[in-house]
Design a protein around this ligand. Structure first.
Ligand SMILES: Cc1cc2nc3c(=O)[nH]c(=O)nc-3n(C[C@H](O)[C@H](O)[C@H](O)COP(=O)(O)O)c2cc1C
Length: 209
């Protein structure tokens, strides 16, 4: 009986594993059903405590090593990033049994073509989030959406968005390391790549899972 090789092509191939990782990340920006669409983004607060939250991946490009997220300029994560840019991004595809752990730094952008394009190409429903009257995370004496009552349950038009654009920011994540963990019955696989600034290349190696 011929035994069937059930391992994927990247199983023992470091370069293919790297390609596989980015093949999982990049479609997350456009494909809502992709597990990479809603990664966990980690920052560090003033007390050195990790702060994790789910965010929607808006763009990803292996050539620039950058991922793009949208957020409210008033949110706590912005204050954290402005003090310490170190960040990580975590995603897991349960069908592929693939975990990806990226480390790098985040930067905030509030002006420029990228920000304007991201704002203009978002639906007005998505942009409604930025109409919140008080900062995300601020205390409220009652249960609240934070939105003005007149727009709750409605999709605003361009005029109704008012000056919500002032609350909109991009968070750019630049990856400096990428770690892959593949779960397999026959034996797991783990690999890590670090970005080498001087050579401008990713340098990868296998790790014990
Ligand atoms: C599915 C999902 C998607 C989310 N997407 C975003 C997002 O794209 N941007 C964002 O700022 N918050 C997003 N959030 C909310 C964050 O998880 C978090 O609660 C919020 O940004 C406040 O985080 P902070 O206090 O650490 O700034 C999302 C939450 C969920 C559950």
């Amino acid at each position: 009986m011929i035994s069937q090789n059930i391992n994927p092509d990247f199983y023992n191939d470091l370069d293919l594993s790297f390609t596989k990782a980015w093949d999982m990340i990049e479609p997350g920006a456009s494909k809502r059903s992709s597990p990479a669409h809603t990664p966990v983004v980690g920052t560090v607060n003033d007390h050195g405590e990790p702060q994790l939250r789910v965010m929607v991946l808006r763009a990803a490009d292996r050539n620039t090593r950058r991922l793009r997220f949208h957020t409210d300029i008033r949110s706590t994560k912005i204050q954290e990033v402005e003090k310490l840019s170190s960040a990580s991004v975590l995603m897991y595809d349960p069908d592929m049994k693939l975990q990806l752990r990226l480390s790098g730094c985040l930067s905030v952008a509030i002006e420029g073509d990228d920000v304007n394009d991201a704002w203009q190409t978002s639906t007005t429903f998505a942009r409604r989030c930025y109409m919140a009257e008080n900062a995300p995370g601020s205390l409220s004496v009652e249960a609240t959406s934070g939105l003005p009552l007149w727009i709750e349950g409605k999709q605003p038009d361009e005029d109704q968005l008012g000056d919500a654009r002032a609350n909109f920011a991009l968070l750019w994540f630049e990856a400096r390391s990428l770690e892959l963990l593949y779960l397999a019955n026959v034996g797991h696989r783990r690999a890590k790549w670090d970005w080498d600034d001087a050579a401008a290349i990713w340098s990868g190696r296998w790790l014990v899972p």
